[in-house]
Design a protein around this ligand. Structure first.
Ligand code: MV4
Length: 520
């Protein structure tokens, strides 16, 4: 094949090269479901790359199948026997002639064994090398790697405590308050804040037992507690030629029980601190380089009120919240993943990354904010998505679709771009109020309320903000036990609505029930 000389001007615009999409991949299998499967499948279609979808028994009628050229059954509803079944996924890829697999997020996206199995099978894993996934997989080892690369980490230890005596000495030398964390996992499980020595022994016991039950590894380590931190993450991208750049930050401080609820780009806090974006971007790149990172990744930081930032962890996948970065930079991150995975250089240099305006995203869940955010799967009757300037909806559902119990209840991501934060937030709140989705309960009315909150509007948020907001707005839950709440919900649902009817999840509905019914 005669390879044309590539003049520098053209190097960065793949399409101008008479770009032949078939030189990327013969066929890509998307090993995921829901909105992210549709997101990736649509990018493949736009690039003219043949695609294959997979589905479990629970997803035989799932909307994502219609976005692919082919679809293959991979097993029963249970994820372990389908979307997490490495052999089934690889076997399907071989059978359908796929030469690449996109894992999406969740499921096998951060499974180093799966990435290695793809590599061994000669199938391109569209993501980082297995070695980079492994390097960042264990929180304590990731901390050590980041620290060695000169990335600020929270003062504390990087090895699990051997027992109470060591914990007591470490805490005394760090100074209270301290944070106990599970060495084998994140997401808040096995985490305990300790404000004085009197609490330490019980907290250590509780953290260890929760770590054991969550990760089958009771080891915990100890850090200085960062008060009211923000969660700000940096999107990075690396190619196979050693280029590594950052695409700016996302503010993800609005979380409920360690689940992100609203994400935005840029961060109002970073915007107010000159030089902070550049410093965090450089630190994120240093951490990624230390891991030998390639493709899309995110480095998460805790940021304190004095704008000190500390490495939290690195997510070795495309994130749920990637759309807000795309809406502000104009870059299609899935296209970049495909380009980089096929061996091409990054399309832009660091100095060519530009940002314009503001984007805010909310995660639409099949859960009932009137009943403790209980999952509320079921059949979707009416579905009318909002439209308007600056709106983006990444959805995995449609009218008539039955949301299965078997998987994460996230239905869609609704995002809005504006030239200012205020415009983006106003557009998003309006869209959330106009999004008609009946037959199940969703958290849309909750967003209509939250996006109007003056505290949120001010950008003065932190990782505890939503819990405080919810506490201010609700009495204690009628009963702490989840199954009792479910029984209560079922009884209320039966009593309140005739069979078959359903309350539309609309802002008005939220008002009808008043504010004191929102449960945590
Ligand atoms: C912390 C912290 C304060 N100080 N570490 C929560 C999940 C896990 N990824 C790390 N997390 C935290 N680590 C120290 N030393 C506060 C949190 C935290 C948090 C962090 C990010 C996003 C949401 C959060 C909610 C509660 C606590």
């Amino acid at each position: 094949m005669i390879r044309r000389a590539v003049t520098p001007a053209l190097r960065r615009t793949p399409y101008a090269l008479g770009y032949n999409q078939f030189s990327m991949f013969r066929k890509v299998l998307v090993a995921n479901r829901g909105e992210i499967a549709i997101r990736v499948l649509d990018a493949l279609r736009r690039l003219g790359i043949p695609s294959a979808a997979v589905f479990s028994d629970a997803d035989r009628a799932a909307p994502h199948l219609r976005h692919a050229n082919e679809a293959y059954a991979i097993g029963p509803a249970a994820s372990a026997q389908s979307y997490l079944n490495i052999e089934r996924i690889l076997d399907t890829a071989r059978r359908c002639g796929a030469d690449a697999i996109h894992p999406g997020y969740g499921f096998l996206s951060e499974n180093a064994g799966f990435a290695a199995a793809c590599e061994a099978a000669g199938i391109t894993f569209i993501g980082p090398p297995a070695s980079a996934i492994r390097a960042m997989g264990l929180k304590t080892e990731a901390r050590i790697l980041a620290h060695a690369a000169g990335v600020p980490t929270v003062p504390g230890m990087s090895q699990p405590v051997s027992g109470f005596d060591e914990a007591r000495c470490m805490a005394a030398s760090l100074g209270y308050p301290v944070m106990l964390k599970a060495a084998a996992g994140g997401g808040g499980k096995g985490m305990r804040a300790v404000r004085g020595e009197a609490e330490l022994e019980a907290a250590l016991r509780d953290a260890s037992s929760e770590a054991e039950s969550s990760f089958r590894d009771a080891s915990v380590y100890l850090e200085k507690l960062i008060e009211r931190p923000r969660h700000i993450e940096i999107q990075i991208f690396g190619d196979t030629r050693g280029n590594l750049i950052h695409l700016g930050e996302r503010e993800c401080s609005l979380q409920r029980r360690h689940q992100k609820v609203i994400e935005e780009c840029p961060s109002p806090f970073v915007e107010r601190h000159a030089g902070l974006r550049e410093r965090m971007g450089a630190a994120a790149i240093a951490a990624a380089r230390a891991a030998g990172y390639v493709n899309a990744g995110t480095v998460e930081f805790l940021v304190d009120e004095q704008a000190n930032f500390y490495f939290l962890e690195m997510n070795t996948r495309l994130q749920v919240e990637h759309p807000v970065t795309e809406m502000v930079t104009g870059i299609d991150l899935v296209e970049w993943q495909l380009l980089v995975a096929s061996g091409r250089p990054l399309a832009l240099r660091q100095e060519e990354i530009t940002r314009r305006g503001w984007a805010v995203e909310c995660r639409v869940y099949a859960e009932d904010p009137y009943r403790g955010f209980l999952p509320s799967p079921g059949r979707i009757d009416r579905y009318e998505q909002p439209s308007g300037p600056g709106l983006r909806l990444d959805s995995g559902i449609e009218a008539g679709y039955t949301v299965p119990f078997d998987y994460d209840p996230m239905l869609a991501k609704l995002a809005a771009w504006g030239s200012t934060r205020e415009q983006a937030v106003t557009r998003l709140r309006d869209a959330a109020g106009r999004f008609l989705l009946t037959g199940i309960q969703t958290n849309l009315p909750f967003f209509v309320e939250l996006l109007a909150d003056p505290g949120f509007a001010s950008g003065e948020i932190h990782t505890g903000y939503l819990a405080e907001w919810l506490a201010r707005r609700t009495g204690p839950e009628p009963c702490a036990r989840q199954e009792t709440v479910a029984a209560l919900a079922a009884a209320l649902a039966t009593a309140a609505t005739p069979a078959g009817a359903a309350r539309p999840a609309r802002a008005s509905n939220w008002r009808a029930l008043g504010r004191d019914t929102l449960l945590q």
